[in-house]
Each structure stands twice: as structure tokens, then as C-alpha cells.
Design a protein around this ligand. Structure first.
Ligand SMILES: Nc1ncnc2c1ncn2[C@@H]1O[C@H](COP(=O)(O)OP(=O)(O)OP(=O)(O)O)[C@@H](O)[C@H]1O
Ligand SMILES: [Mg+2]
Length: 257
């Protein structure tokens, strides 16, 4: 179930990193993309958002990022937010270093400190030797890692990730899961991670929130209590993923009829 939004929690501004209360989104006059979605993410919590294509996952992330306005309800998030898109969205004319430094430049961090922090972040994603390359000289997985370093450079309290590893092969994805988890454990941002991939959601999340087909509504909130680090191919992950997949199928089927 969605975390209860009690009076008590209301009065503590740090109780949630992100909170949506009955958020709806209409596109034009008659396309209801999200229907009264309530969802709370605590500081440091890793929440995966799962749902059929077109159910409003990207819409939800865009609203949280402030890239679009809600049609109803409220979003509160006092924290600093970074977003990682499905496509790496790097600046092709800039080097890897410059791409990572971009966010810090906007915040007027001095040149030497920018350099040092970019190097540290690139080391963190195992790309320490690639700072002078340009994006076209990297593989897709490496570009995603640069995008991850760039998102982390913003030192946000909330990291929004829209299917960041969707286009990668399973092996690269596994490596990035390990890296993301390691970084998340070190820095503890709250993460809202959108995926189609049920196993990926179970591998990474403290909770997996299932959205219905359009209009998106929260239909179930699964706590994932398996010990970390988890393996995507472990029996425990597979079993839980199967349960969630059945629920997802039911939901897609119900709306598809
Ligand atoms: N800017 C927009 N203008 C009009 N309609 C939009 C816009 N963005 C999204 N939609 C519609 O809203 C619905 C939800 O789209 P959204 O991109 O949020 O889905 P999604 O869950 O992210 O799907 P996917 O898993 O395929 O990425 C879709 O029906 C889509 O056509
Ligand atoms: Mg999407």
C-alpha cells in the first residue's frame, strides 16, 4: 500500500523526499494520463515504478522533475532533483569530462574542484580513463554511465531515472545495477526508478509500485525485503518477480479488453 500520509508525517518536512497527493494529469481535453496518484518516497529510499507502456510513468517523472504541470493534486519535494532520461542525452560536442562538469558549472563550482569531482565520479562508474573522449567514441553502456555520473554530479537528494538501462544488453545492465546500488548505498539519494523490467525492479527496489494501464493509478505497492546485494538471476528475485508479473498481466489484461 502507499505509505500512509498521516498528520504526523505532514508536520515533518523531512519525512518524504517526494510526495504526490492525488496527482492527475490530463493532456488536452480528454487524455487522462494519470488519475489521482498518491505516492511517497522517503529520503534514501529506492522505489521502482512499474507499469505497461503508455500508463504514465514518464509523465509522472516529468511532473516530479517540474518539467510539466499537474492538472490536479499536489507534488511536494523540497529536495534537489536530478533526472536521468531513457536516452543518455549527452552533449555530443563536449568531452565526457565537460558533460559531467556541466551541472557543476551551472552551480558556479570553481574549475579545479569541478575537474576533481568529475574525475572522482567517472572513476566511480569505471570510466576514469575516458574523460577526454567524446560521446560518439563510447559504447551505449558507457554513455549511460556518463549520464549516471552527470546525474550524480548534481548531488541531488532525489534521483529520477526513466528506464535508464532499457536499451542495454543483460550483462551491461547487471554491471550497472551493481554500480548504481553501490553508489546509492554510499550517497543515499532517494531514487524513483521507472522500468518495464520486473526483475530489474525487484533487483533494485526497496519497494515496487505497480501502476495500472492508462490512466495510471497505483494498484499495488510491494515491499521488497530480500537482502542486498541481490542477483537478477537468483531464485528469490525470480519468484517475487513472477508474482508481480502475474499481477501486472492481470492489470494489462483488464484494461486491454
Ligand atoms: N506531451 C504529451 N502530450 C500529449 N500526450 C502525451 C504527452 N506525453 C505523454 N502523452 C500521453 O500520455 C500517456 C502516458 O505517456 P507516458 O509517456 O507517460 O507513458 P509511459 O508509461 O512512460 O510509457 P512507456 O513505458 O512506453 O515509456 C500516453 O497515452 C501518451 O500518449
Ligand atoms: Mg516512458
Amino acid at each position: 500500500m502507499t505509505a500512509p500520509l498521516t498528520e504526523h508525517a505532514d508536520s515533518r518536512t523531512d519525512a518524504y523526499a517526494v510526495r504526490l497527493e492525488a496527482v492527475s494529469k490530463m493532456y488536452g481535453k480528454d487524455l487522462l494520463a494519470l488519475d489521482r496518484v498518491s505516492l511517497a518516497v522517503r529520503p534514501g529510499e529506492f522505489v521502482c515504478l512499474l507499469g505497461a507502456s503508455g500508463c504514465g510513468k514518464s509523465t509522472l517523472l516529468n511532473l516530479v522533475a517540474g518539467l510539466d504541470d499537474v492538472s490536479g493534486g499536489e507534488i511536494s519535494s523540497g529536495s534537489k532533483i536530478a533526472m536521468m532520461f531513457q536516452e543518455p542525452a549527452l552533449f555530443p560536442w563536449l568531452t565526457v569530462n565537460a558533460n559531467v562538469e556541466m551541472a557543476m558549472r551551472a552551480e558556479k563550482v570553481g574549475k579545479d574542484e569541478r575537474r576533481a569531482r568529475a574525475q572522482e565520479l567517472l572513476d566511480l562508474v569505471h570510466l576514469g580513463a575516458f574523460g577526454k573522449k567524446r560521446p560518439h567514441e563510447l559504447s551505449g553502456g558507457m554513455r549511460q554511465r556518463v549520464a549516471l555520473a552527470r546525474a550524480l554530479a548534481q548531488e541531488a537528494d532525489v534521483l529520477l531515472m526513466d528506464e535508464p538501462f532499457g536499451a542495454l544488453d543483460a550483462m551491461t545492465r547487471d554491471i550497472l545495477h551493481d554500480e548504481l546500488e553501490r553508489i546509492w548505498r554510499e550517497r543515499r539519494p532517494a531514487v524513483l526508478f521507472v522500468t518495464h523490467n520486473v526483475r530489474e525492479a525487484v533487483r533494485l527496489g526497496d519497494r515496487v509500485v505497480l501502476l495500472s494501464s492508462r490512466p495510471g493509478r497505483v494498484v499495488e505497492d510491494f515491499p521488497i525485503e530480500l537482502p542486498r546485494p541481490r542477483r537478477t538471476d537468483s531464485a528469490e528475485v525470480a519468484t517475487l518477480a513472477a508474482t508481480i508479473t502475474d499481477r501486472l498481466r492481470e492489470e494489462v489484461g483488464r484494461h486491454g479488453r
